[in-house]
Design a protein. Structure first.
Length: 219
């Protein structure tokens, strides 16, 4: 099947879809050459006033797709391919750079702050929230498999919860951890994570990608 046309409407459809991360990434990756060509001609009057908006929407969505597929070094390479003039002036692309630094430096609290508090385009809100849930899930798995015991406030910072409420042993916060299979020791005031076994993810077949593209094209 031929790739979808590279325009604002199709980009919005793709980033707002529930396509599996690998399919989302592949669809967006097929448009990068179009984005490069559009960027090269962005100084020409015939390209239209909407070009910066389309490019920023595309590159921000593609960046988040890299993160959803756990391609952190590749996401850094993508930021170096983004148009320089847009990268230094567009808020969403600036957010991408800030988010990448926080992830690279394992600043978990900062990651949640960036995702929740910085202004992201309305059309990308669902994808931003999707990555927030993904990041939280991946962090939960990592913490569960790395710690035998952990203070509630520290665990809360890892998972984007209220550290002070956790330090005060707020029942609602503690229950969030026990619901994940962790144990709470009231005497030591420590949480005891339970290791989480994650089955390997099956690769997405190409036919699935074609079906997703067909579905988007029929909207």
């Amino acid at each position: 099947m031929q790739p979808l046309p590279f325009d604002k409407a199709h980009i919005i459809q793709v980033v707002a879809s529930n396509a599996p991360p690998s399919q989302l990434f592949e669809i967006l990756s097929q448009w990068e050459s179009d984005a490069c060509l559009m960027s090269a001609g962005s100084g020409s009057p015939e390209t239209g006033a909407g070009v910066p908006e389309i490019l920023c929407l595309y590159y921000t969505g593609f960046f988040l797709a890299h993160l959803l597929t756990k391609q952190i070094p590749e996401s850094r390479a993508l930021t170096q391919r983004m148009p320089e003039t847009l990268k230094h002036h567009d808020q969403s692309l600036q957010n991408c750079l800030t988010l990448l630094r926080a992830i690279w430096q394992n600043e978990h609290s900062h990651v949640y702050q960036i995702l929740r508090d910085l202004p992201w385009p309305e059309t990308l809100q669902s994808l931003v929230k999707r990555y927030e849930s993904f990041f939280q899930d991946q962090t939960l798995i990592a913490v569960s498999n790395s710690y035998e015991a952990i203070r509630p406030a520290v665990a809360a910072k890892y998972l984007g919860l209220d550290p002070q409420a956790a330090e005060d042993a707020d029942p609602a916060i503690i229950q969030k951890f026990t619901n994940c299979g962790w144990a709470w020791n009231t005497e030591t005031q420590l949480l005891h994570p339970s290791p989480i076994n994650v089955p390997p993810t099956d690769p997405q077949p190409t036919t699935g990608i074609r079906e997703t593209m067909a579905m988007l094209g029929n909207r």
